[in-house]
Design a protein around this ligand. Structure first.
Ligand code: C5P
Length: 396
């Protein structure tokens, strides 16, 4: 029984998909969970309290001021649950939660809930595509709430589009994964770099690369889920429930890393750092002259990773250092040379010649090399899955 001794608080809101949650409750119960249910008053237009009560074998909570014991329900239900799953989540409830509005029992609990929360939205496709709803969802994601995106298909309102509640298996598996996720990194500080550095030429021009920063961000999210104190040093605009230090150039990134390194237990350098920067930055915008060709002189950036590996050896630090290498040819041969040269504990090799993985893509496929010559391939998967596997592998 995967869910023995776990209390799952299901929040049901007023959408037609509410009827599907009856099956989900059964699945959670069959796997040993204690299921508690809180409904918005509107949801009871689609499913009855009696059905939910029978299936969950627990009282169903709806009214905020229907107080049965000394502790307010929105606090005791939040305290007792290991996880809160809101499914289906309407545009209305999503928006209220994202703004901190607590005007019924479900939204009050969500406001007081400090553990892991999963939200599975379901709504008409035009509502889903409304930029306000997408903005509200982004806010929730930035707070560490997992959003299980709806699927596309025939919707109950007669439309064809994205908005159908994701499969119950997906909600079930995400819940099990969250509840069973190891807190292996509790008490550890993990520093991750992400994104391509930006090397200014003049006030309007720069040299950079196509790195999206997504792989590093996925690793940072996973490390946080595994209990770590996370610092993400990135060139991108991310929001997350952990420390983010925004940097621009390789030199900025090096300074930020130097500040964090001493107290770092695991350093993962997923950023695409420019190898060269402009030698003479022009304070004024460079003017077009009569020349057909001009030359921009570049100087080498410090190899931050190699420098930190040297500092680790000098200080006899126990920090685990992981580098990344992006190659467009001879991936493994280049990676083997690189791990030896840089002196890191692990090197994650990425093949950037493939369009379906790597830069900007949501998927990746990597091989992890270790300093003793070992190699471990992680087959193509979402960057989220790859991130989790990388962390599990390096902490084995
Ligand atoms: O040498 P290469 O750029 O392929 O090495 C990639 C790894 O080294 C990445 O982990 C990257 O973050 C890091 N790096 C660095 N400083 C540089 C260039 C790359 O730390 N100047």
């Amino acid at each position: 029984m995967e869910l023995n001794n776990k209390t799952i608080l299901i929040g049901i809101t007023g959408g037609i998909a509410a009827y599907k949650i009856c099956e989900l409750i059964r699945k959670f119960k069959k796997n040993g969970a204690n299921v508690r249910i809180v409904c918005t008053p509107n949801s009871l237009n689609f499913v009855t309290k009696l059905t939910l009560q029978n299936l969950s074998q627990n009282e169903v909570y709806i009214e905020e001021f229907d107080v049965k014991n000394w502790k307010p329900e929105h606090i005791s239900l939040a305290d007792e649950a290991d996880i809160m799953v809101i499914a289906p989540a309407t545009a209305n409830t999503i928006s209220k939660i994202s703004q901190g509005i607590a005007d019924n029992l479900l939204t009050s609990i969500a406001c007081a809930f400090s553990k892991k929360m999963i939200i599975a939205p379901a709504m008409n496709c035009n509502m889903w595509n409304n930029p306000i709803i997408q903005e509200n969802l982004s806010k929730l994601k930035a707070r560490g709430i997992e959003i299980l995106e709806p699927e596309s298909g025939f919707l109950a309102c007669g439309y064809l589009g994205k908005g159908r509640l994701c499969s119950l298996d997906k909600i079930f598996n995400a819940t099990v994964e969250c509840l069973n996720s190891s807190q292996k990194l509790k008490g550890k500080k993990v520093v991750i770099t992400s994104g391509g550095t930006i090397e200014d030429i003049d006030p309007v021009r720069y040299i950079s690369n196509y790195s999206s920063g997504k792989m590093g961000k996925a690793i940072a999210d996973s490390a946080r889920d595994m209990g770590a104190e996370v610092v993400l040093i990135t060139t991108k605009d991310f929001e997350a429930p952990y420390k983010i230090t925004k940097v621009k150039s390789a030199i900025d990134m090096q300074n930020a890393l130097n500040d964090e390194f001493e107290s770092t237990d695991i350093l993962i350098m997923a950023a695409a750092v420019a190898d060269y920067r402009v030698k003479n930055y022009s304070v004024q915008k460079m003017k077009k002259g009569s020349e057909d060709n001009i030359t921009l002189e570049l100087v080498k950036n410090p190899d931050i990773l190699q420098g930190l590996c040297e500092r680790k050896a000098k200080d006899s630090s126990s920090c685990i250092i992981v580098g990344f290498c992006a190659e467009s040819e001879n991936l493994l041969d280049n990676a083997k040379t690189k791990i030896a040269k840089k002196g890191c504990d692990f090197l994650v090799a990425n093949d950037i010649s493939r369009k379906d993985i790597g830069f900007s893509s949501d998927d990746n496929e990597v091989t992890i090399l270790d300093k003793n010559g070992g190699m471990n391939k992680i087959e193509k998967a979402s960057k989220k899955v790859i991130a989790r596997k990388i962390l599990e592998f390096i902490t084995k």
